[in-house]
Write a protein that binds this ligand. Structure first.
Ligand code: GTP
Length: 597
C-alpha cells in the first residue's frame, strides 16, 4: 500500500467515555465485519479471553475506508491500556501511530485518566482530533467541554467532531477527519527492515503472536528475523492483519501494522519496544527508547490451603507465559509454608494478577506486604538486593540501606491541591516543582517508592474525588534510616507481616498496624497480645481480649441444628483463615493491616 493512503491512530479516552463503542462503529461502517458477525465491542475480544484464559493486551484492527476524495485508505487502530503501571506499553503503542482521536464524553468532560494518556500522545508528536461523544444525551454540553479541552489540555478544539457512538451520528465525519487531519506515516520501502515490536500475547493455537509496526523495509513470510535487543532469531511463519479477525497476508511494508508468528515459545522472548530486523541485512540502529520491563514491586503469594500449592504453581506458570513483565520464584515462609515471591510492574499489575489467580483459577490467596527492592550495604562492603523484608540480615551486620525513589507528577484541580501536598508530605515526599495550567496544578514530588506502592494511588483518588492524574518514573536509590518492623501475634513473629519502614515513622505505622489487626483477628478462647517490634524492642502493643463465656455457651447449647449450622459456618470460614501457632488469622487481615489511613 502506498504510504499516503495509510493512517495509523489510537483512541485516547477515559473509561466509559465510549472508546469501544466508537471503535465498533468505525468497523461496522466500513463493512470490515459483515453485519451478522457484528457483536458489540469487538475490540474487547472477551470471548477469546474467556475461552482461552488469556488476556489480549493490545488490540489492533485494520479498516479499509473509501474516502470522499475517491481513494481507499487503510486505517490501523491500535488500542492502548490505560493505567500508569503500563505507561511504558502505552508509550510504545503511541510511538507506533501518528495520530490520536481524543474521545471525551460531552456530558462529563475531561477526566483525570484522559490527561495522562493525552500527554503521552502529545509526547509522541501526534496529531490529535478531539471527538465529543454522547451528544444524544440531554446533559451533553459540547461548547463547555470543547472549551475545557482547550483550557486543560491546551489543544485546539474548535473543530472537534461531535458524535454519538450510540446512534451512529457523526461517524462518517470521524472517518473523514482521520483521513484528512491525521498525517500519513513516513518510511522507506528500500531500506533494511526496521519494525517495532508493539505488543505480544500467547495464543493456545498459534503460540506467541507479535504485533508489529513496520517503519522501513518490507517483511515477508519465510524471512529470517532478528530481535535486536534480545538477540533472538526466528523464521516468520505467518504474517497477517486483524480485520479484526486474523487474516494472513504475504507482506507488510512501511507504515503498516500487523502481526507475525515465528515459532516463538514464550512471550518472555518478545520485549515491547524491541526492534525487529532481518538477520542477514539488519538496519543500522535499533529504535530509541527501549526499556526492558522491570518488576519494581514484590510480594509473596501463598495459598490459604497448603494443599493448593501445586495448583498455584500451575496457574502462575500459565499467567507468566503471557506476561513478560511478571516474575516469580518459590518462597517458603515459616508462617505461611510454600508459596511464591512475585514481582510486578506496579500495584495495579499486582492486583490484576492476584485477582486472576483467585477468579480464574479459583485459588484463595494470602498476599504479603508489597515491598520494593532495597539495597542493603553490609559492613564487609558487599551489597544485597533485598526483595523480601523476611530476608533482612541482622542489623549489626548492616552498614546502611538505600531505597528506590521516584519522581511523581500529579495533575490536580486547584481545590484539592492542599490535600495532595499533605498526602505527599506524609509519605516523606520532597517537593520539586509546582506550576499551574489553567485551574489545574501540576506538582512534582520526589517520593520513596516504598511509600507509594501500597495505597498511595487509592488515597490520591479518594482525596481528590478521582480528579487527579498520577504518573511516575524511577530516579534512583538514596540512603535513609530504614528498619525492619516485625509483627508478633501471641508472641510469635508473623513473617508475612514484616515490613521495611523509616525509623521516624515506625511507631506510627506499628501502632496503626496492631490496632488494625486487633479489629481483623477474631476473638479466641484466650487473650492474644499483638505487637509491633524493631529488633527485640516492642514499639506498639494491643491486646485482643478473650471471648466472653456466654457467647461460647450459646454455641454449645442444646439446639442441635443450630449447633450444626454454627459448625458448618465455622468450617466455611476456616478456608479463609490461616493458623499461626494457636491463633487463626483471616486472609483479609494480611492485606488490610498494611493499609494506612
Ligand atoms: P471501557 O471499555 O470501560 O474503557 O469504556 P469505553 O470507553 O470503551 O466505553 P464504552 O464504549 O464501553 O461505552 C461506555 C458506555 O457508554 C456504554 O454503556 C455505551 O453504551 C455508552 N455510550 C457510548 N457511546 C454513547 C453515546 O454516544 N451515547 C450514549 N447515550 N451512550 C453511549
Amino acid at each position: 500500500t502506498d504510504l499516503k493512503n495509510i493512517r495509523n491512530f489510537s483512541i485516547v479516552a477515559h473509561i466509559d467515555h465510549g472508546k469501544s463503542t466508537l471503535a465498533d462503529r468505525l468497523i461496522q461502517l466500513t463493512g470490515t465485519v459483515a453485519a451478522r458477525d457484528m457483536k458489540a465491542q469487538l475490540l474487547d475480544n472477551m470471548d477469546i479471553e474467556r475461552e482461552r484464559g488469556i488476556t489480549i493486551k493490545a488490540n489492533t484492527v485494520r479498516i479499509e475506508y473509501p474516502a470522499k476524495d475517491g481513494q481507499t485508505y487503510i486505517l490501523n487502530l491500535i488500542d492502548t491500556p490505560g493505567h500508569v503501571d503500563f505507561a511504558y506499553e502505552v508509550s510504545r503503542s503511541m510511538q507506533a501511530v501518528e495520530g490520536s482521536l481524543l474521545v471525551v464524553d460531552a456530558s462529563q468532560g475531561v477526566e483525570a485518566q484522559t490527561l495522562a494518556n493525552v500527554y503521552q500522545a502529545i509526547d509522541a508528536d501526534h496529531e490529535i482530533v478531539p471527538v465529543l461523544n454522547k451528544v444524544d444525551l440531554p446533559a451533553a454540553d459540547c461548547d463547555r467541554v470543547a472549551e475545557q479541552i482547550e483550557d486543560v489540555i491546551g489543544i485546539d478544539a474548535s473543530d472537534a467532531v461531535r458524535i454519538s457512538a450510540k446512534t451512529g451520528l457523526g461517524i462518517p465525519e470521524v472517518l473523514e477527519a482521520i483521513v484528512t487531519r491525521l498525517p500519513a506515516p513516513k518510511g522507506d520501502r528500500d531500506a533494511p527492515l526496521k519494525a517495532m515490536l508493539v505488543d505480544s500475547y500467547y495464543d493456545a493455537y498459534l503460540g506467541v503472536v507479535v504485533i508489529i509496526r513496520v517503519i522501513d523495509g518490507v517483511i515477508r513470510k519465510g524471512d529470517k528475523i532478528k530481535m535486536m535487543r534480545t538477540g533472538g532469531t526466528y523464521p516468520v511463519d505467518r504474517l497477517g492483519v486483524f480485520r479484526p479477525k486474523m487474516e494472513n497476508i504475504p507482506e507488510l511494508g512501511p507504515g503498516e501494522i500487523g502481526f507475525l508468528t515465528a515459532s516463538i515459545k514464550q512471550v518472555r522472548d518478545t520485549r515491547v519496544g524491541d526492534t525487529i530486523t532481518h538477520e542477514k541485512k539488519p538496519c543500522a540502529a535499533a529504535l530509541p527508547g527501549f526499556k526492558p520491563a522491570q518488576p519494581v514491586v514484590f510480594c509473596g503469594l501463598f495459598p490459604v490451603d497448603a494443599a493448593e500449592f501445586e495448583d498455584l504453581r500451575d496457574a502462575i506458570e500459565k499467567l507468566a507465559l503471557n506476561d513478560a513483565s511478571f516474575s516469580y520464584e518459590m518462597e517458603t515462609s515459616a508462617a505461611l509454608g510454600f508459596g511464591f515471591r512475585c514481582g510486578f510492574l506496579g500495584l495495579l499489575h499486582l492486583e490484576v494478577i492476584r485477582d486472576r489467580l483467585e477468579r480464574e483459577y479459583d485459588i484463595d490467596l494470602i498476599t504479603t506486604a508489597p515491598s520494593v527492592i532495597y539495597h542493603v550495604y553490609l559492613r564487609d562492603g558487599t551489597m544485597i538486593e533485598l526483595h523480601n523484608p523476611a530476608d533482612m540480615p541482622d542489623m549489626t551486620l548492616v552498614d546502611h540501606i538505600e531505597e528506590p525513589r521516584i519522581k511523581a507528577t500529579i495533575l490536580v484541580p486547584d481545590e484539592y491541591l492542599g490535600d495532595v501536598l499533605k498526602l505527599c508530605q506524609d509519605r516523606r515526599g520532597i517537593q520539586m516543582d509546582l506550576t499551574y495550567a489553567g485551574t489545574r496544578a501540576m506538582v512534582v514530588y520526589d517520593l520513596p517508592l516504598n511509600e507509594v506502592v501500597f495505597d498511595f494511588y487509592d488515597r490520591l483518588k479518594s482525596v481528590t474525588k478521582g480528579y487527579a492524574s498520577f504518573d511516575y518514573q524511577m530516579i534512583g536509590y538514596r540512603e535513609d534510616f530504614l528498619v525492619k518492623m516485625q509483627v508478633l501475634v501471641n508472641d510469635e513473629p508473623v513473617d508475612a507481616l514484616s515490613t521495611m519502614v523509616h525509623r521516624d515513622r515506625a511507631e506510627l505505622r506499628g501502632r496503626a498496624m496492631v490496632e488494625k489487626l486487633k479489629e481483623l483477628i477474631p476473638r479466641h478462647m484466650f487473650k492474644i497480645p499483638i505487637q509491633a517490634a524493631i529488633g527485640g524492642r516492642v514499639i506498639a502493643r494491643e491486646t485482643l481480649s478473650a471471648m466472653r463465656k456466654d457467647v461460647t455457651a450459646k454455641c454449645y447449647g442444646g439446639d442441635a441444628t443450630r449447633k450444626k449450622k454454627l459448625l458448618e459456618k465455622q468450617k466455611a470460614g476456616k478456608k479463609k483463615m490461616r493458623q499461626f501457632g494457636k491463633v487463626e488469622i483471616p486472609q483479609q487481615a494480611f492485606i488490610n493491616a498494611l493499609k494506612m489511613d
